[in-house]
Write a protein that binds this ligand. Structure first.
Ligand code: HEC
Length: 474
């Protein structure tokens, strides 16, 4: 019997090549100083595996259709076996993955591991980083509650402002003119097919390159990288002082990854999955929607910038950010690696972390979303105290128009200022805008009756620069 097992084992090994291929990889020699600094990459991969497993399980019960997604999530959370645990793991796993990939990136940047010969390791890593953010962003919409839908509303409105191709790009991303059921289907496809495929391929390449060029050594201030001699010197040092990856270096990865899994599962068990806020309903604006924490800084900046600069920021940050990071090793691939010799690099990391923290805090305190605390328009702004215009002004407050629109300095800033709208739009235009809404403007057709609509329009038509309220009534 034993003999038979051994034969089966040998057969499999001879076909698969564990002892010829995998074992040598596992035990290849790495620098002995590759210590705790190096665990973040493997931990990111571990978090990704948690995401794949929990994600596949969730997809078995999730329905990516506008009218059923929210219900299917409630079913998963409240009834499906392990559903609540799996949703929790997927949510905390996402946070863990974003956090770990950022830490990994910062470590690699601080130690300038992207220099010769590991330029492509870095470049594949940058692509992976952006795809991970894409995963986080699309995942947020799949929750299909007010928060997720709102964030995508804002983001696609931004995309639509790209010169020339903006509208087509936004329509393509959303699968239609506005965020709706087809957006959900499309985001589901990005989230479960397109982006995971890119991540799998990217991770494969990333790891292949890691094996090919070896793990970097800790930076040494006395040993700048010289492409002409680096490889021989690296090999020579490995021969002298290197250790086998498994078990001498890898045990730290195993310990840290186990810790990461424990934290993810622990949070899922203790805190449970993020509460589903109410189902998305464009006409209901009593929520205070916020995007997931890793995107909050971005929305905070958007709410701080004057509208004419927004467009540069919206396009500039992702596109320029990607290009600068991607091309970094092409511009600088030799010289010092030690942080002590690269004060700029240290400064950049500190500035980035500080900026992230400040903006995130600002984002929590000062939501980019509508301002729900606005009070009624004062009589001096309305100008009359009875009649349709007066009723209309009251409705503008009651129906939440002022949450998003400012009139003579009163109201929120989510939508355009309506102080002069009477000069800009005709009665028909106004009726259409209010009934149909827009990217970030709820459609009010179903929540205003004919009289109310006509009163609001009467009121808005009085809003203009030159004829200040006269107080004559009607
Ligand atoms: C949740 C935020 C929000 C609420 C609430 C809201 N709007 Fe808007 N509104 C917007 C945004 C954003 C726009 C910009 C256009 C777009 O997104 O399609 C807009 C556009 C408009 C416009 C066109 C302005 C222009 O310059 O073209 C009018 C008129 C308008 N809203 C009136 C109203 C009225 C009346 C109400 C209340 C019944 C209301 N809005 C409620 C966000 C809102």
């Amino acid at each position: 019997m034993n003999q038979r097992f051994q034969n089966v084992g040998e057969w499999i090994d001879s076909r698969i090549g564990f002892s010829d291929c995998v074992w040598p990889l596992l035990t290849h020699i790495v620098p002995r100083d590759a210590r705790w600094w190096y665990v973040f990459g493997s931990a990111t991969l571990t978090a990704f595996i948690v995401q794949v497993i929990s994600g596949v399980a969730l997809a078995m019960a999730y329905v990516p259709a506008g009218d059923q997604a929210y219900e299917s999530l409630q079913f998963i959370t409240n009834q499906a076996p392990f559903g609540s645990l799996l949703r929790g793991m997927h949510a905390y796993g996402a946070s863990a993955m974003v956090a770990l990939v950022v830490i990994h990136l910062m470590q690699v940047y601080l130690h300038a591991t992207y220099k010769y010969p590991r330029e492509l390791n870095w470049m594949t890593g940058v692509v992976l980083f952006f795809v991970v953010l894409g995963m986080a962003f699309t995942g947020q919409l799949l929750r299909w509650d007010a928060n997720g839908v709102w964030s995508v509303f804002v983001a696609t409105e931004m995309v639509a402002r790209t010169p020339f191709i903006g509208q087509s790009l936004a329509d393509f991303l959303m699968g239609g003119q506005t965020v709706g059921g087809s957006t959900l289907t499309r985001f589901f496809v990005y989230h479960v097919f397109v982006m995971p495929a890119i991540i799998f391929a990217g991770v494969g390449l990333h790891l292949f390159l890691l094996m090919r060029h070896g793990v970097s050594e800790m930076p040494d201030p006395n040993r700048p990288v010289d492409p002409a001699t680096y490889k021989q010197e690296y090999e020579a040092r490995l021969k002298k002082t290197g250790v086998a990856f498994w078990p001498y270096a890898m045990w730290r990865d195993v310990v840290f990854s186990t810790f990461v899994i424990a934290v993810i599962v622990g949070c899922a068990l203790v805190f449970g999955p993020p509460a589903l806020d109410h189902a998305p309903d464009p006409a209901s604006i009593d929520a205070n929607p916020v995007p997931d924490w890793y995107f909050l800084w971005y929305f905070a900046v958007l709410s701080l910038l004057p509208p004419n600069l927004e467009i540069w920021f919206i396009l500039g940050v992702p596109v320029l950010g990607f290009l600068v990071m991607f091309c970094l090793p092409l511009v600088s691939n030799k010289g010092h690696r030690a942080p002590s010799k690269r004060p700029w690099a240290v400064g950049i990391v500190i500035a980035a972390v500080a900026g992230f923290l400040v903006l995130t805090i600002y984002g929590y305190l000062e939501p980019w979303s509508p301002d729900f605390g606005v009070s009624e328009l004062p009589a001096s702004v309305v100008g009359v105290d009875q009649g349709p215009v007066f009723e209309g002004a009251k409705l503008a407050h009651e129906k939440g128009c002022l949450f998003c629109h400012t009139i003579d300095g009163h109201g929120g800033h989510r939508g355009p200022d309506l102080s002069n709208i009477g000069q800009q739009l005709t009665r028909d235009d106004l009726v259409i805008r209010i009934n149909n809404g827009g990217y970030n403007m709820p459609a009010f057709a179903s929540s205003l009756d004919t009289d109310q609509l006509s009163n609001i329009v009467d009121f808005l038509l009085t809003r203009s620069d030159d004829d200040a309220p006269t107080g004559e009534g009607g």
